[in-house]
Design a binder for this molecule. Structure first.
Ligand code: ADP
Ligand code: ZN
Length: 527
């Protein structure tokens, strides 16, 4: 049988095949397992879908005692434990969702040597009761999943994770493995330091997902663009469409269903039953499209997701990478497709400005958003830029992203940028995009006259460019941080310090030439 009780001392490969039913290890699973089995600590940074779980699940079966897995998300914990139980592995969890009775039953099994893996919520692990039990049982290992939660720099920071350094102090001989898919050097160093993993063996995998083709287009008419993308590339495929708000999720799902797609909504505002049912259908049926807020996807293990589409811009590159990473886990070609526009930039910047948190926190979030915008606006290989964000160097352009496949034309926008920035300055940094474009183009309307803007030296200097081009210029200036959007003043554009360099002619501004909207775009309404 595949019962876990007869796996102690078996070769790791044997367990992989017999218990988990896989043929071979992926790199670097075997080395990580060997490291833990020999009693050493490991720090594992591996992209989502890379196969982190087996790195501690197999050592848990190979080493004497029960492995303790710290996991921050109750739902994930339950999924993992159920999946393990189905394989015949003796796994259980302890978290706040259990009744006192059930929790006692789990504890009894644990103390009676009937468990190989015990999943525990971080806040529970360091309670006195738990520590007592840990002392009594000599754990096989500690696995700290989603280890980036110790990082105060990241957005998933969990106070409880800081306490996990205690584990090393109290149980110095029990090997620990910390795992995360968050890769930037800074987070990495913070994990090392906060969890005392300086001497751990490090396993850093590449974050490249070569089978995913990245495409980011300018948002013109998102529904029509999405429809064209689906019809041309994924008429019958399973995929995920991400939207920022629940309302947009509902509307988009209904609209896609009208267009003949098997599309289902998913967000935290739906009744739990409906949500579970939609998720089940997505996992089990063929060709279902889930339209979702970011609430969807954590722990979703569906290998044949052929595309991930974003109708709204994610707030960070990490989020973009995570979300797009749900496509193509089976290694077959998949698309990460997104449309974005000036309004996304403005909305997200404003959301951040008005969000809770310290000024320092907001500033960092703004920086992270800027990095995301940078990825949208670059004219060179997207994958190179994406990997560079994770401090990974890719020497050659990838050949499998929109920038590589259809090189983006650029133009020297230095003069246009100077005009736009000086229009912002001369109008007192009090006006939004539309009025500024009117001033630049010399449009004579009430608002212009009321403010005497027809007398400005910048009035009409930009009449050689059309409104569309000006929107593109301003979007790119915002994206590159020369301008910001002042939420407190109804979207007024303001100069940033670096704008001075453009105004003085100290830097050249190469802009991407946005493609002309295609004719078919007016057939449907914007969501
Ligand atoms: P992560 O936690 O890194 O996101 P998971 O541990 O959930 O990744 O693994 C992702 C998927 O890859 C799962 O479906 C898992 O069963 C599968 N997988 C992991 N290792 C292997 C392997 N050696 N061979 C085949 N499939 C694997
Ligand atoms: Zn590329």
């Amino acid at each position: 049988s595949s019962s876990a009780s007869d796996t102690k001392n078996a070769p790791a490969l044997d367990v992989l095949q017999r218990v988990f039913g896989y043929g071979e290890f992926r790199t670097p699973q075997q080395s990580i397992i060997d490291c833990l089995v020999s009693g050493e600590d490991a720090l594992v940074i591996m992209p989502t879908g890379g196969g982190k779980s087996l790195c501690y699940q197999i050592p848990a079966l190979l080493r004497p005692g029960c492995a303790i897995v710290v996991s921050p998300l109750i739902a994930l914990m339950q999924d993992q434990v159920e999946a393990l139980q189905q394989l015949g592995v003796r796994a259980a969890y302890l978290n706040s969702s259990l009744s006192g009775e059930d929790a006692q039953a789990v504890e009894r099994a644990w103390l009676g040597d009937q468990l190989d893996l015990l999943y525990v919520a971080p806040e529970r692990l360091l309670q006195p009761r738990m520590l007592e039990l840990l002392q009594a049982t000599e754990p096989a290992l500690f696995a700290i999943d989603e280890a980036h939660c110790v990082s105060q720099w990241g957005h998933d920071f969990r106070e409880d994770y800081l306490q996990l350094s205690e584990l090393h102090r109290r149980f110095p001989t029990v090997p620990r493995i910390a795992l995360t898919a968050t890769a930037d050097t800074r987070t990495r160093e913070e994990i090392e330091r906060r969890l005392n993993l300086e001497t751990a063996q490090k396993f850093y995998s590449s974050f490249d997902r070569p089978n995913i083709c990245y495409q980011i287009a300018l948002k013109e008419n998102p529904r029509a663009q999405l429809l064209r993308f689906l019809q041309q590339e994924h008429p019958n495929d399973a995929g995920i469409v991400y939207c920022l708000s629940r309302k947009r999720v509902n509307e988009t799902a209904a609209w896609l269903a009208d267009q003949g797609f098997e599309a289902l909504p998913y967000h935290a505002g739906l009744p739990a039953e409906e949500r579970a049912q939609n998720q089940r259908r997505f996992l089990r049926e063929e060709g279902v499209i889930i339209v979702a807020t970011i609430a969807f996807g954590m722990g979703i293990d569906k290998p044949d997701v052929r595309f991930v589409a974003h109708l709204d811009l994610p707030k960070t590159v990490e989020a973009y990478y995570q979300e797009t990473g749900r496509a193509g886990r089976d290694g077959l070609p998949a698309n990460a497709w997104m449309v974005y526009g000036l309004q996304d930039v403005i909305t997200l910047r404003q959301m951040l400005d008005t969000s809770q948190g310290s000024e320092e926190h907001k500033r960092r979030e703004q920086q992270r958003l800027s990095a995301m915008l940078g990825l949208c606006e670059i004219t060179s290989c997207r994958r190179q830029a994406l990997l560079a964000y994770f401090d990974e160097d890719m020497p050659q352009p990838c050949g499998n992203c929109d920038a590589c496949l259809t090189p983006v034309p650029t133009w020297d926008g230095t003069e246009a940028a100077q005009m736009a920035l000086s229009a912002v300055y001369r109008t007192g940094q009090r006006f939004g995009v539309n009025h500024l474009i009117d001033v630049l183009r010399g449009v004579e309307n009430d608002k212009v006259f009321q403010n005497d803007h027809h007398r400005l030296s910048t009035f009409g200097v930009g009449d050689a460019l059309d409104t569309r081009t000006w929107r593109s210029v301003i979007r790119q200036l915002v994206a590159r941080g020369f301008l910001t959007v002042d939420e407190a003043r109804y979207g007024a554009l303001r100069l940033q310090e670096t704008a001075v360099e453009v105004l003085r002619g100290e830097i050249e501004v190469q802009l991407r030439k946005d493609p002309k909207p295609s004719a078919s775009k007016r057939t449907t309404k914007t969501p």
